[in-house]
Design a protein around this ligand. Structure first.
Ligand code: BT5
Length: 254
């Protein structure tokens, strides 16, 4: 339905006008056995979330607030890379529909001219048998004007309409996003991260730059040399040591 060009993604769509978070609904559906490729879409979230219990601002009818349930036959160590794979799909969809040139900031941000347009949140349902479901949340700012964002986000957030100067058709964007997500997640599941890593690096705003990586217990500054096949960021500090960064917030330094 819905004019989708996908075989699997979005064959089951749960659409709700408003909800606390599409992630919560997707987790519930996954537990109840919803099929691989189920998506949850809403117009408005009242408790949209980011990583580490941060908030995700989700203005009514202005964005794409979506969660995708996947049931890939992969080992749990291959789960974090789905964030990177989804990032490639988001960038391709934005490019195709708007002509804008987004960049990926490791691990889960899509920036346009240095400001955050999209955040991705990959969560896992697993047990002793392995991954039961992956819940990939995508929050994409589409038609907000700057005043639609809370004040504390106005310097760091942007939307596609702010950057392109026109309103963007959200349905068209969802269709493009699902097509690209299906292609790239299938490619990842079937062949691994090799090809996608090249694509990911071509869109990266992080690689080759000096960055500050804030982690739970320490902060490291160095040159982001690349990512590994496992999606781990390789950071070279001034003492010449190479650090593998699994999870952090990255800031560019000038
Ligand atoms: C993320 O977390 O960027 C992941 C966001 C995932 C949101 C989607 S929407 C559909 C699904 N349902 C949910 O409840 N969540 C997912 P993180 O890297 O932790 O970034 C969070 C930070 O981004 C916040 O602390 C703010 O600084 C900033 N932020 C919040 N809302 C934003 C927005 N709309 N646009 C840009 N930046 C925002």
């Amino acid at each position: 339905g819905a004019g989708l060009h996908t075989k699997k993604l979005g064959q089951t769509i749960h659409y709700v006008e408003s909800c606390p978070s599409t992630q919560i609904i997707a987790h519930q559906l996954a537990q109840e056995g919803t099929p691989d490729g189920t998506i949850v879409l809403t117009e408005e979230q009242t408790a949209g979330r980011g990583r580490l219990a941060r908030k995700w601002d989700s203005a009514a009818k202005k964005g794409i607030w979506m969660s995708v349930v996947l049931r890939p036959d992969v080992v749990p160590q291959k789960a974090p890379q789905f964030t990177l794979v989804a990032a490639v799909a988001v960038v391709r969809a934005i490019e195709e529909v708007t002509g804008l040139k987004p960049e990926i900031k490791w691990p889960n941000d899509i920036l346009i001219k240095g400001k955050k347009s999209t955040g991705i949140l990959t969560e896992l349902q697993s047990d002793a048998d392995g991954i039961q479901a992956l819940i990939i949340g995508i929050g994409l700012n589409v038609n907000q004007s700057l005043q639609d964002f809370p004040e504390e986000l106005q310097d760091i957030a942007t939307s596609l309409s702010i950057e392109s100067g026109k309103l963007v058709n959200r349905q068209e964007l969802v269709r493009a996003l699902l097509s690209h997500l299906e292609i790239y997640t299938d490619l990842y599941i079937e062949t691994g991260f090799g090809m996608l890593k090249i694509l990911w690096e071509s869109y990266s705003s992080t690689i080759g730059k000096t960055v500050r990586a804030r982690m739970a217990k320490e902060t490291l500054t160095g040159i982001a040399e690349g990512i590994t096949e496992d999606g781990v960021l390789q950071l070279r500090t001034a003492d010449g040591k190479l650090h593998g960064i699994y999870s952090a917030d990255i800031e560019m330094t000038n």
